[in-house]
Design a protein around this ligand. Sequence first.
Ligand SMILES: [Zn+2]
Length: 150
Amino acid sequence: MNDAICEVCGKKAEKLYSVMIEGSQMLVCKECASLGKKVSQKPPKKMRFITKDEEKEEYLIENYGVIIKNKILEKYRDLKEFCKKYNYKESYLKKVIDEELPLSIDEARKLERILKIKLIVIEKKENYEVKEKELPKITLGDLIKEKLNL
Ligand SMILES: [Zn+2]
């Protein structure tokens, strides 16, 4: 932390900024930061962060609760039927759907497998911008439409 060196000018800096310069992400000093486009270090707000390691971070997709619920109701008569089959507590599942309880990575993976849906977005740390464009394009409008068709 003490030896923060700007990757552009090579000077020591108190604080480094993560910016895109000519297509690559670099850690630069304040002055050099104005050369590039700032890249947010924080996960996008809309996604719930679940795991983090050296190379990647994993998030739950936007509206995962609604997506889980819709998929369950598409395949099963009600939540009860689904819970019985897969040994879930209905009260737990309802909280997951309402996004009141954080969904663990293991649970998310299990639900992905059971329901054949995508709930987790994996982001390589140096590649925020690219990955964001690869998010499944499901809008709330689509989900509502889907629901009304049932
Ligand atoms: Zn610099």
